[in-house]
Design a protein around this ligand. Structure first.
Ligand code: PLP
Length: 388
């Protein structure tokens, strides 16, 4: 069968491939500790599950409006206006099955063939994939370990050309756990206004922050509400990865375009899932807050443990649930070491290069796993690396 040429430009997310490899080793009887996949190991809070069950009984089993149910759009506008500190109306919200479609739809709707898009590298692999898919040029913005995996604003200035259409930022950041400061956001905003650029701001880890850090959205900066698309969702904050529930907040004139893409692809997001989303946002927040406290403890354990392994150097990130140790002093490439750790130590993690060329020299570990498993993984990694 003929496969369309454009498929050759589409990338993927290696995490799912490594997960598959790890599962096949498990099928052979090997015990694998999973530190590769970016999903909370906690169960979805009970009040959210109950809301979904009630919604099913109440008949939320039909198609809904393409941009989302009014109940959920209103809840998102209410909660996000407060947390972001900028007034958002329900008409600026589009609800999608997971947050990922916002990435796809925003780039499809706003970026032409031949345009340039600046994106973080290392970074979530789907940015580069979709930029290539629409025939635009991905322009990597290097994140620097020495700056806590933040960028150098001069690198942003140098990356902007006449053809730049969009800048993608992601804070807290996957895969490094790094965050952008208010000054970083202000500097990016000034450049975006000066060069008339759209900013796609991936804030899906906005509530996964530690040590008193306060997440700020670039939308707060002057001139930004009219040029920012915020990507956010329920997967990480409420342990709802399998529910597929996310949203975008954007200038109102963009909503019909993003909705049209939704109509052409998924029609709408599952209705009972959306009603569960209303409960997630407006109901009690203690379970979500308890998850963050647990993540913080795990972060401290994994960072300290990795720093004790010869050849590893690991920063303590302020956000998300990932660490991104520098492993260049082990003398192995990222890919070699990740494969070695899977096969020899039974620890699944990702090569830094799964997040772009500038991830070479690093590994990504997700600490969305129990303290016992993290401790055992650290012991196994230490013994395996000692044998290198
Ligand atoms: N953005 C980032 C940075 C992510 O890490 C992820 C998921 O791993 C997503 C977006 C997509 O989230 P969702 O599961 O809601 O589609």
């Amino acid at each position: 069968m003929h496969i369309a040429r454009r498929m050759a430009t589409l990338g993927t997310e290696t995490a799912f491939e490594v997960l598959e490899k790890a599962r096949s080793l498990e099928a052979q009887g090997k015990r694998i500790i999973h530190l590769e996949i970016g999903e909370p190991d906690f169960d979805t809070p009970m009040n959210i599950k109950s809301a979904a069950k009630k919604a099913l009984d109440d008949g939320y089993t039909h198609y809904g409006p393409a941009p989302g149910l009014p109940e959920l759009r209103a809840a998102i506008a209410k909660v996000m206006s407060k947390s972001i500190g900028v007034q958002i109306s329900a008409n600026q919200v589009v609800v999608t099955p997971g947050a990922k479609p916002i990435m796809f739809f925003a780039i499809l709707a706003c970026v032409d063939e031949g345009d340039e898009v600046i994106y973080p590298n290392p970074g979530f692999p789907i940015y580069e994939s979709v930029i290539n898919f629409v025939g635009a040029k991905p322009v990597p913005l290097v994140l620097r370990e020495g700056k806590g995996f933040r960028f150098d604003i001069d690198d942003v200035k140098n990356a902007i050309t006449q053809k730049t259409r969009m800048i993608i930022i992601n804070s807290p950041h996957n895969p490094t756990g790094g965050i952008l400061t208010k000054d970083d956001l202000r500097e990016i905003a000034q450049l975006a206004v000066k060069h008339d650029l759209i900013v796609l701001s991936d804030e899906i880890y906005g509530r996964c922050v530690y040590d008193g850090f306060q997440h700020t959205s670039i939308t707060q900066c002057s001139g930004m509400p009219e040029r920012t698309i915020i990507l956010d969702g329920f997967s990480k904050t409420f342990a709802m990865t399998g529910w597929r529930l996310g949203f975008g907040i954007m200038p109102q004139h963009l909503v019909p375009y993003i909705s049209q893409l939704q109509i052409n692809s998924t029609s709408c997001t599952a209705s009972f899932t959306q009603m569960a989303g209303v409960e997630a946002l407006l109901g009690p927040q203690n379970d979500a807050e308890a998850m963050i406290r647990k993540f913080k403890r795990r972060r401290d354990i994994i960072v300290d443990g990795l720093n004790e392994i010869p050849g590893f150097r690991c920063q303590k990130p302020l956000g998300a649930f990932y660490v991104f140790p520098n492993i260049s002093r082990t003398g192995r490439s990222s890919r070699e070491l990740s494969e070695y750790l899977l096969n020899e130590a039974g620890v699944a993690c990702l090569s830094g290069t799964a997040f772009g060329a500038h991830g070479e020299g690093f590994l990504r570990f997700s600490y969305a796993n129990s303290v016992e498993n993290i401790q055992q993984a650290l012991d196994r990694i230490k013994s395996a690396v000692a044998k290198l």
